[in-house]
Design a protein around this ligand. Structure first.
Ligand code: LLP
Length: 437
């Protein structure tokens, strides 16, 4: 997908760059991001919303992959940016991202984070609970400001996704519950507070969603809620945010819809449900993360050792693992792989790809068909652009890999590989433990 192809030497090429050369030049593991595919996905969202005729904002959920160069691309594509921590906010501001297009999420924003957001005059805070609502009103008041907010509600929609990454059920740490009256109470409270301006409501129903039904159901529930709030409290919502969760292809058999279809289902549902009640059509916001960057990422590894257990399995070990991609260990996530240096060779054996961390759960792929693998081969694992670098760790004191953007035959580093100095950079040896001189 994207700009990936096999070149004349039988090597995997992405963005016009030979991945075998990238591995040689930058070392492995290496995250390679197809910039053209990222921009294409951004444009698919923006174009589909434009076609709907509804006012909109597409806010890239930066948690999927938050580095300064990515913030620049999001800004260039005319989108907004969703952050969930002071670190993501800092990254965006350092990249010069326009503050008024930043939205701040999270179930436990600290006072310091709220102050930072208010001081930076960001566009919107998605308030998650009553404690935060009171705290934000006080902080904005001290700074003589009025902060625009959305209220995050839990609509109780099950989007048929992996248990650990589903956030739409009523029993959730996120948001105001729609069923038990908390959401109404929040609208009432927020409307009366002087230092927040209630723009509307937010709902996020889950991740890696392949159907439009969950979004349609969420729109339905939100419409009913909005209509009730108008009738009972006289409050109107000019903005409805439907969160992210649009699925991508990790392996054969994953069946994501084209971006335009998700967007059309959402905008059609909004038009018809709000229209039916004579409700002024709201501005629609979404927060895609995975669907913007997921398929654009490929991780390159060098094959090291391998071990054949006759009649059982062959383990092939690479120079990364759960440190650069914790998703298989965390979620049982599935990936596909190919040998980047012999991409045309026929499959000859079924092997399992092991990471180099000191625990048995550090497996990247169970049972993948590959040509006879040998040490020094370059293994490419696809769809690693979302929640991989973002969730990478230094477990076993491995250095986090570099990230390069490739486009039109040019490769540019956007995150440098960590150094040994980085690893010990924050370590301190108290004087009493220092070696005597
Ligand atoms: N908006 C909100 C409020 C969210 O909680 C999330 C994801 C998104 C947007 C973006 O969702 P996306 O379009 O990327 O699916 N680490 C997990 C995914 C956790 C998602 C958390 N929230 C994984 O690797 O699959």
């Amino acid at each position: 997908h994207g700009t990936s192809k096999i070149n004349g030497q039988g090597h995997l090429e992405i963005g016009g760059c030979d991945t075998v050369e990238l591995a040689a030049q930058w070392g492995t593991p290496l995250y390679v991001m197809d910039e053209e595919l990222i921009r294409q996905r951004c444009r698919e969202f923006v174009d589909a919303f434009r076609a709907s005729g509804l006012p909109f904002q597409v806010a890239y959920a930066s948690k999927a992959f938050c580095v300064m160069a990515m913030c620049r691309i999001v800004e260039e594509e005319g989108m907004s940016l969703d952050v969930v921590s002071d670190g993501e906010l800092y990254t965006a501001l350092q990249a010069g991202f326009p503050a008024e297009r930043i939205h701040f999420h999270g179930n436990n924003k600290t006072p310091q984070e709220l102050e930072m957001a208010v001081d930076a005059r960001i566009g919107c805070i998605v308030v998650d609970n009553f404690v935060e609502l009171a705290m934000l009103n006080a902080i904005a008041g001290e700074k003589k400001q009025r902060m625009k907010i959305l209220l995050r509600i839990t609509p109780g929609v099950d989007a048929h996704t992996h248990e650990f990454i589903s956030t739409g059920q009523e029993d959730s740490k996120f948001g105001f519950d729609l069923g038990n009256g908390a959401a109404k109470q929040a609208v009432e409270t927020a409307s009366a507070l002087p230092h927040v301006e209630l723009l509307g409501i937010h709902s996020h129903i889950g991740s890696q969603i392949f159907e439009v039904g969950g979004f349609e159901l969420a729109v339905d529930k939100i419409t009913n809620f909005a209509v009730t709030m108008r009738e009972e409290l006289g409050v109107l919502f000019p903005v409805i945010n439907l969160g992210g969760g649009f699925g991508i292809r990790y392996v054969d058999g994953d069946t994501p819809l084209p971006v335009a279809e998700y967007v059309r289902a959402i905008t059609d549902a909004v038009k018809s449900t709000f229209g039916r009640h004579g409700y002024p059509l709201p501005e629609i916001w979404t927060e895609p993360g995975r669907s913007i960057v997921g398929e654009a990422g490929t991780t390159l590894y060098t094959v090291g050792t391998y071990k054949d257990i006759p009649g059982v399995r062959k383990y092939v070990a690479v120079d990364g693992g759960m440190t650069d991609n914790p998703r298989p260990a965390l979620y049982g996530a599935k990936y596909e792989a190919l040998l980047a240096n012999r991409a045309n060779d026929a499959s000859e054996e079924t092997v399992s790809i092991a990471g180099k961390c000191c625990e048995s759960g550090d497996m990247l792929i169970w049972d993948v068909e590959l040509p006879a693998v040998k040490s020094g081969d370059v293994l490419a694992v696809g769809s690693t652009g979302a929640y991989n670098y973002a969730m990478a760790s230094n477990y076993n004191r491995l250095r986090r890999p570099a990230v390069v953007f490739v486009k039109d035959g040019r490769a540019e580093v956007v995150v440098k590989r960590e150094t040994f100095e980085n690893l010990v950079g924050n370590d301190v040896i108290p004087e009493r433990l220092q070696r005597p001189v």
